[in-house]
Design a protein around this ligand. Sequence first.
Ligand code: MN3
Length: 379
Amino acid sequence: MKTISLIGSTGSIGQQTLDVCRKHKICVNALAAKSNVSLLEKQAREFSPETVCIFDEKHYDELKKQLADTNIKVLCGMEGLCRIAGSKKHDLFVNSVVGMVGLLPTLTAIDAGTDIALANKETLVAGGELVMSSAEKKGVRIFPIDSEHSAIFQCLQGNRREQLRKIILTASGGPFFGKKKPELENVTFEQALAHPNWSMGNKITIDSATLMNKGLEFIEAHRLFGVPPENIEIVVNRESVLHSAVEFADHSVIGQLGVPDMKIPIQYALLFPERFECDVKPLSLTDYGTLTFAKPDFETFDCLRACIEAVKRGGAYPCIVNAANEEAVELFLKRKISFLEIGNTVLEALESFGEMPAESYEDIIRAEKAARDLVKQKF
Ligand code: MN3
């Protein structure tokens, strides 16, 4: 029987991860959440982990009080996340927190030699070089929990990595597909939060609307699979049925399809290499009838362009665009900047800094802070 520890357990991916654990009787050694005490308590009572952690320290006393009648150890803050990540009491560390916060726990789990199921994009975007080289040194496997990267990973099984020629990274196009900049000037908060195919947390939903999400995934795909940026093609599949594809040296293309439901990639990462019954609707291609494919609009979606430029430049640039975006999205969610200003801000950050290294954790934190400060100063 498998045992996991899960950080980010009250988010969308976290809750679905626990659905998979419930269905397949996977043990849970530790759970962590940002600030949702009531849901974390409920999860702790159901899964009886040894440890729970609340990231936001101001909720620590409340959680401790709520769980006083149990034997569950209560931790808090980054120290708590890293204690969980570095524990050897699980077979798999599942990281589904949102944002840069996820990087240090990932590095800690790698250091402990634990395989990781990774839903935290920022880990590979900001710390990609460091994370991948440390994982390789330690022989740690990283199982992607993202529909696209899971698709690519699935397509590669049974094939030779060195014969992979190209990645076809699919995108839904987001809620504003087909729109041009003048039509996006007055986009409201509610419009940006309505995604056509996937239901997700606020940050990633906004990132899907700006196509920053696809930009981050482009960077991640480059890191995870070692394919140069010029050999990664983004293709819009409006139905979100083709989750990505790979092309081999013989021009044979293998793709992974399924209904748009994160349970499939989550379960694959948790149970790899096994495939068992999953609680999702089977795919009926004839119900869809047609699958459509289109090129993304790099002119309209500045964030996407910024990410591709950042990964081509290398060094700390991916970290810089990511940090600038995190700040900008927060400002948008507080209704302090407009939708198009998110993209402007990310492009401006990309052009504001000279080359910076991203070889150590300290390098990454330095670049991140510089980018955040730039955005904070501006608004
Ligand atoms: Mn995705």
